[in-house]
Ligand binder design. Structure first.
Ligand code: FAQ
Length: 326
């Protein structure tokens, strides 16, 4: 036993955990960890996994209507990548003894959250550009630091995810660039999409730091390395010059460059809307969850077949004994 900074007496397990954190080495599934550290990770990784698979829907909506075969192939492969990200993340959550079936049930019955951003509609092709540019752009700002998060399996999953997200961001920006270099009508489509996606992307980073109940512990445990507001500022600083290159106007009257801080000052998002969306009352929440439930029910035969196959394989590979004629 030894006392920590707050002079709380630590057990040998707690001491080892704190030493691992302080040294910058990863916490691995074999290591002892506080219950709340495990719970926080399952909550965050689970929500993140759910966001990836629900996030397939707004873009999946455009696969059949992409303007060319090439655009269709690119979009299809992006949406498949999101499914893959979901799989890595569910696997990372399983290393914490979370049960995948249970997590999916909680997604389907609204007991677990997914990102607010995927509850907005995609009425126009330009939305595919805005999602790639802004939503994947915001995801990269949030997720690159997660490659160094304290829990090993989550950090390693994030390395691969971030490589793919950065390709996604570029494909979105390239769609916006093509529209902005096209006809006046196409440029207007791009502007409308920016108007629709700017504020939801700003809100993606979560509530303001003074309204973020989970941040204190997550920062202490190095699950989060930066606060919600720090990451939001980073995103604004990157995205505004990109909008300028496109010749588009960011829909924020309070936006200005602050010479002193070296950052953009930006306006306050509609936090009431944000909390409505995360409570299930956004424009598309019901549709997203109902599609998800339907897909899960339609996939029952795949799960049944996989179980039947696993049982058959187990029987065949069981070693022969005198009691077992197989
Ligand atoms: N949406 O105390 P905090 C992507 C909840 S993946 C919904 O600040 P925390 C890729 C939060 O859960 C996008 N709920 O929480 C892609 C908490 O509720 P709880 C997903 C939100 O965890 C691109 C409450 O508010 N990315 O985009 C949101 O410390 C294109 C209080 O908040 C991740 O999940 C929100 N936006 O910080 C896919 C990244 N924000 O659980 C397809 C990993 C907050 O206590 C197409 N996650 N809430 O009931 C994180 O970094 C963190 O979890 C934050 C929230 C920063 C999202």
């Amino acid at each position: 036993m030894r006392a920590n900074q707050n002079s709380k007496t630590l057990s040998a397990d707690e001491l080892k955990f704190e030493e691992l954190l302080a040294s910058g080495r990863k916490i691995e599934p074999r290591d002892w960890m506080p219950d709340d550290y495990r719970k926080t990770l399952i909550r965050q990784i689970g929500q993140h996994a759910h966001s990836e698979i629900i996030g397939m829907q707004p873009e999946g909506n455009w696969i059949t209507r992409a303007p060319s075969l090439k655009r269709k192939a690119i979009l299809m492969s992006k949406v498949q990548d999101e499914a893959g990200h979901g799989l890595y993340l569910y696997s990372a959550a399983e290393t914490l003894e979370a049960d995948r079936t249970d997590m999916l049930e909680k997604l389907n019955n609204g007991k677990m959250k997914y990102s607010s951003i995927f509850n907005y509609p995609t009425p126009c092709w330009a939305d595919m550009g805005a999602i790639g540019w802004l939503v994947d752009g915001a995801a990269i700002c949030n997720q690159v630091p997660l490659c160094r998060t304290s829990y090993g399996p989550y950090a390693r999953a994030m390395v691969r995810i971030c490589k793919e997200e950065s390709f996604h961001q570029r494909q979105g920006y390239e769609i916006m660039l093509t529209l902005c270099r096209g006809s006046a009508e196409q440029k207007q489509m791009a502007q409308d999409a920016l108007n629709r996606w700017w504020w939801p992307s700003i809100m993606m980073f979560g509530p303001r730091d003074d309204k973020s109940p989970n941040s204190e512990l997550s920062l202490k445990w190095k699950i989060k390395l930066f606060s919600n507001d720090e990451l939001r500022q980073k995103f604004v600083d990157i995205a505004v010059p990109q909008a300028n290159i496109l010749g588009l106007t960011v829909p924020d009257n309070d936006l200005s460059w602050n010479e002193e801080t070296g950052h953009y000052t930006y306006g306050e998002p509609d936090w009431e809307e944000f909390f409505e969306v995360i409570q299930g009352n956004g424009p598309c929440n019901k549709e997203r969850v109902s599609n998800r439930r339907e897909a899960h029910e339609n996939g029952q035969w795949v799960r049944d077949a996989a179980i039947a196959y696993a049982e058959k394989r187990a029987k065949i590979s069981r070693p022969k004994t005198t009691q077992d004629p197989l």
